[in-house]
Design a protein around this ligand. Structure first.
Ligand SMILES: Nc1ncnc2c1ncn2[C@@H]1O[C@H](COP(=O)(O)OP(=O)(O)OP(=O)(O)O)[C@@H](O)[C@H]1O
Length: 445
């Protein structure tokens, strides 16, 4: 994280010249040093010439060019950093002034000729500014006499003046903390899980990696209309599921995950397979509960069980295909029965370590009754469709969300904040290669 200096007054030209000279030091040094040290001008000139020629020759080789470039960056970067501090400070000073957050003091000043004039002195709040590749973090110390309401009313002005979006804002004990996002969230690399912790990375948010702690916030609901990168996102999740964990996949589209069968995964592609996976998962919940009861334990890890994932892709296709004809004996249709089992898993799965990951192309309350939806505590919407956001996060919260581009989504874990995040593009072929490699390395061990 870099620190940006906040100049309460416009820095003078000498400071600018000072930083500029510092910035070009590596380029001036071969000229100035020989002239300063050697009295014979022609010898000094020859040394300078040799030094510059050597730099030019060195720069033709890629490796040594890198070294020359990093020396240049070391010095020039400081000058650029000064320019950035000037620019940011200027914008902040203007914003603070227009927002009325500056204390003005008037003093009578008597000149040498004995004439008195009034001078306005501006007192800006002290500020600490830091930045990383995505965010700017500003911390202001309120001037005594200012109120929190005065700052609250003006907080958006800081985002506008720095051309960023407001991520968070907080006031406590006279300290105002503002986080602004100015850069694009980068999500270039797929996350491979190397630890055994019970969490999965969803992607990258403004504060860094966004992780889903599935132990505390069980089950995920993922909604993404076609073409929003749903399958890509799921690949990013699946690759993190450790090989000792139990993973079952119901593939409603019958294309996306069928290849996983070749790698030993239990994949169902038709209705009967889907029914089997749901029944098995629910039986697993029952059995784990029974074992926990007999052993007087209250968590699946205490009975040496591993996390169990039932991933249901394009759940609507699978649920739609289930019969709605009521059974004479039970009075329940097949669809109602399966929804009942899913509801049970969603309710009791946490303690048993059985997780549901349900993926929908379109939100539909028939196939996602509120009672199940509410128990899927990690909610993820890809592509930002209005209805999908509304269904996942509620009308009030979703109103504030902008539409997003491909590769982005919104996630809300538990009752937390809705976070904009980005996930990496991850081709099917690379995903299958990665899984194959993971499986073979486990086999070798
Ligand atoms: N994070 C990303 N960044 C850039 N491009 C992406 C990203 N995710 C997906 N894409 C691209 O978007 C296209 C659609 O991706 P994907 O097939 O995962 O979407 P989908 O929602 O599953 O679509 P469908 O429902 O039609 O299968 C692909 O060409 C993919 O390369």
């Amino acid at each position: 994280m870099k620190t940006i200096t906040f100049y309460q007054k416009k820095p003078g030209v000498f400071r600018f010249m000072g930083w500029l000279s510092y910035g070009i030091t590596p380029w001036l040094a071969p000229l100035i040093l020989p002239l300063a040290i050697i009295s014979d001008r022609s010898t000094a000139g020859a040394i300078s010439f040799i030094s510059y020629s050597s730099i030019a020759i060195i720069s033709t080789f890629p490796d040594s060019r890198k070294a020359v470039h990093s020396v240049h960056q070391l010095f020039w970067g400081q000058f650029r950093h000064h320019l950035l501090s000037r620019q940011v400070s200027k914008r902040l000073r203007e914003t603070l002034l227009h927002a009325g957050l500056v204390k003005k003091e008037h003093r009578e000043i008597t000149g040498s000729e004995g004439r008195t004039r009034r001078q306005e002195i501006l007192h800006y709040p002290c500020a600490q500014i830091h930045k990383d590749k995505v965010n700017i973090y500003i911390q202001f110390k309120m001037i005594p006499g200012q109120t929190e309401q005065e700052w609250e009313r003006k907080v958006n002005a800081f985002a506008h003046s720095l051309g960023s979006s407001l991520i968070s804002f907080q006031i406590s004990r006279g300290i105002v903390e503002i986080t602004l996002q100015y850069g694009e969230i980068k999500a270039n690399s797929v996350t491979y899980k190397t630890d055994t912790d019970h969490n999965l990375a969803l992607g990258y948010a403004t504060g860094g990696k966004l992780t889903w702690d599935f132990e505390h916030f069980p089950h995920a609901l993922i909604i993404g209309p076609t073409g929003t990168g749903k399958s890509t996102f799921i690949r990013n999740l699946l690759v993190q599921l450790r090989s000792e964990w139990i993973v079952k996949v119901a593939d409603g589209k019958q294309v996306e995950f069928t290849h996983l069968q070749d790698l030993g995964f239990d994949v169902a592609t038709d209705t009967s397979g889907f029914i089997r996976l749901v029944e098995e998962a629910q039986t697993e919940v029952d059995q784990r509960f029974k074992t926990m009861e007999t052993q007087r334990k209250n968590h699946y890890s205490q009975i040496n069980e591993k996390p169990y994932f039932l991933v249901i892709d394009e759940a609507i296709y699978l649920l739609e295909a289930l019969s709605t004809k009521k059974d004479k004996e039970t009075g329940q249709s097949e669809r109602e029965r399966i929804l009942g089992l899913l509801r049970d898993i969603s309710l009791r799965g946490r303690a048993a370590g059985v997780q549901l990951i349900m993926i929908f192309q379109r939100p539909d309350s028939t196939f996602m009754p509120t009672v199940i939806r509410d128990n899927l505590t990690a909610k993820i919407v890809l592509g930002g469709s209005e209805t999908a956001l509304e269904m996942a996060f509620g009308r009030d919260k979703s109103k504030q969300l902008d539409s997003v581009t491909l590769g982005h989504g919104y996630a809300c874990i538990g009752d937390g904040r809705i976070e904009l995040f980005r996930f990496p593009d991850y081709a099917q072929s690379k995903f299958l290669d990665d899984l194959e490699q993971q499986r073979s390395s486990v086999a070798i061990q």
